[in-house]
Unconditional design. Sequence first.
Length: 149
Amino acid sequence: MNLFDQISKDIMEAMKAKDKVRLEALRNVKKNFIEAKTAPGNNDELADADALKILSKLAKQGRESAAFYREKGREELASEEEAQALVIESYLPKALSPEEIEAEVKAIIEEIGASGMKDMGKVMGLASQKMAGRADGKQISQIVKQLLA
């Protein structure tokens, strides 16, 4: 079962359980999935890799919104955003630790024979593709810069 179908099924379960937080989060996810599926050139299909990118983006937005609300003294909105972000994150694969990211980046550097900062684009492209949904782009970039410098 792909992620789109899993989210649809879980929406029904959340409705039956009257779980408002989960339901709202999953409806938002499904809305974004549908928008991606119906975008020009997607042929009404959504690959799981693309779905993972959408999920990680939504989870990151939720965490950022929660931090913003907390900064402005709106604790009730912050906790709601965090709860929804947790629901979304439950569909993401386990995040990689910095050590695991570094190990994968080292393997990629060896694989393509990167020798300096001039090869950063090649390394980043492959690393972002291989670690999609499991690591933040900023974190990957920092590690690639460290290893290529």
